[in-house]
Design a protein around this ligand. Sequence first.
Ligand SMILES: *[C@@H]1O[C@H](CO)[C@@H](O)[C@H](O)[C@H]1NC(C)=O
Ligand SMILES: *[C@@H]1O[C@H](CO)[C@@H](O)[C@H](O)[C@H]1NC(C)=O
Ligand SMILES: *[C@@H]1O[C@H](CO)[C@@H](O)[C@H](O)[C@H]1NC(C)=O
Ligand SMILES: *[C@@H]1O[C@H](CO)[C@@H](O)[C@H](O)[C@H]1NC(C)=O
Ligand SMILES: *[C@@H]1O[C@H](CO)[C@@H](O)[C@H](O)[C@H]1NC(C)=O
Ligand SMILES: *[C@@H]1O[C@H](CO)[C@@H](O)[C@H](O)[C@H]1NC(C)=O
Length: 482
Amino acid sequence: MGFQSLPFPKFPTFFIVLFFLLLSFNTSKSQNLLRRGSSLSVEDASDVLASPDKTFTCGFYGLGQNAYWFSIWFTNSKERSVVWMANRDRPVNGHGSKVTLRRNGAMVLTDVDDSVIWMTNTTSTSAYRAELLDTGNLVLTNADGKILWQSFDYPTDTLLPNQRFTKSTQLISRLGKGNYASGYFMCYFDNDNVLRLMYDGPDISSVYWPNPDYNVWQNGRTSYNSSRIAFLDEAGSFLSSDKWQFRAFDVGFGIKRRLTMDYDGNLRLYSLNNLTGSWMISWQAIMEQCKVHGICGRNGICVSTPEPKCSCPPGYEVTEPDNWNKGCKPKFNRTCSNSQQLKFIEVQKVDFYGFDLNYSTATSMESCKKLCLDDCQCEAFSYRLNGEGLCYTKSALFNGYRSPTFPGSIYLKFPVSVEASESDSLNGSNPVCQESIIMMGSPSMYDTTGKRVRWIYMYWFALAIGAIEVIFLLLVQEIPLC
Ligand SMILES: *[C@@H]1O[C@H](CO)[C@@H](O)[C@H](O)[C@H]1NC(C)=O
Ligand SMILES: *[C@@H]1O[C@H](CO)[C@@H](O)[C@H](O)[C@H]1NC(C)=O
Ligand SMILES: *[C@@H]1O[C@H](CO)[C@@H](O)[C@H](O)[C@H]1NC(C)=O
Ligand SMILES: *[C@@H]1O[C@H](CO)[C@@H](O)[C@H](O)[C@H]1NC(C)=O
Ligand SMILES: *[C@@H]1O[C@H](CO)[C@@H](O)[C@H](O)[C@H]1NC(C)=O
Ligand SMILES: *[C@@H]1O[C@H](CO)[C@@H](O)[C@H](O)[C@H]1NC(C)=O
């Protein structure tokens, strides 16, 4: 009855309203502050926080079908470069999700069903506003400007200039190209105060940087400074309390940079070209990409061609063509039978790192072979001839790589019935491996233009849905009236 008396929009009014609604949808309402009690909504792509100099943007970043992350990214890079995420392992729905600075002081990310996906530890504090600083740091401050929480304390895979890296922080790579979930590579301060890179996968974990063949001193580090602090300054110099330091090759002020633990296991410093919006590598930890551990899985061998590819040794085949983390499996049954029925096949310039049953120096090739024959657990032995014979018997084959500079070979143990020879493989020509190269990726492969297109498409899609909703709302109002 009440409705009847309301003046209802005639058709021209309807279009004018629609027009203005669409307009308001389209205009940027990016802001610097989020005040206590207010929120950012996932539905409105312009509902973001911008840093005062516009270098960084904070808001919902969407990818794929319906996955959104509350994130911080560089506003002006050509490809979306996310530097921080609230809960990378749990994206939220593209509808009804929001991040709110609640009246109790906590900043909370909620999904469409109001379930809490992430929150800051500022409940019952006087947190008064959230603000994105020019450094890329999202901070919660009280009315006096005191910082109660900051995103810089919780890095994901990226360290920004002025962000302190400490004993309680880690950089963890994402899982892969376009997959923002926590991956297997990690940069952290070890118990002995040394900054390291480690592969921490489903089967094994293994440190690969600094060079695990050398000790702390030989690697130019120290373990005697327990402050465990590292810092990238605005000019592109990095200094760590373990004495590790490096400079960007384009060292100097005025360039935007980020240090990222990439999903291929390399730690890289990037500089933004402010004309093209693309990233350039200005330093990287690993020169030979195949020295990264874990990339080709169990029994797999990383081969530089020169870009890294995965291969299986002779007598082995790939376990899951789409997933090199699963490595290679033997095409034969291992037996522990009498050593008369076992043989070795040499694969030159190849080594598998770690899993040594034993290690002996000044050993002849024949006695090394015998050590492996006599030990049922031994799957292979590595023999190096640099001055003296170095013999390592292996209980498992992980972190395999071929390097032209490796002064030796791996000798794989087989039952005599197996027909395999060295020439069988390691061409790196395995098409499956080529597939995985794309995955392991060179740094230029982040968020291809394809994805940007999708992003824009999704924006328009959101607009369209918005428009449909507006029409629907008006129709719903009009139906009882007509
Ligand atoms: C929140 O956690 C950070 C890091 O663990 C800590 O420094 C800070 O004191 C905590 N804040 C509150 C209000 O508990
Ligand atoms: C330990 O490292 C920190 C940070 O680099 C430095 O300020 C401090 O002087 C170092 N302490 C010693 C004893 O060298
Ligand atoms: C672009 O980068 C150069 C350094 O590469 C810097 O000198 C210049 O000020 C930058 N321009 C802007 C607009 O930031
Ligand atoms: C390995 O052993 C299993 C069962 O013991 C048998 O079915 C299979 O054929 C054997 N494979 C080879 C290559 O001998
Ligand atoms: C390692 O080899 C040496 C002889 O080279 C032997 O004495 C020792 O017991 C072996 N250790 C293990 C754990 O097999
Ligand atoms: C390796 O290359 C040789 C010659 O190019 C070819 O005959 C052989 O089939 C290749 N092996 C594999 C496993 O691709």
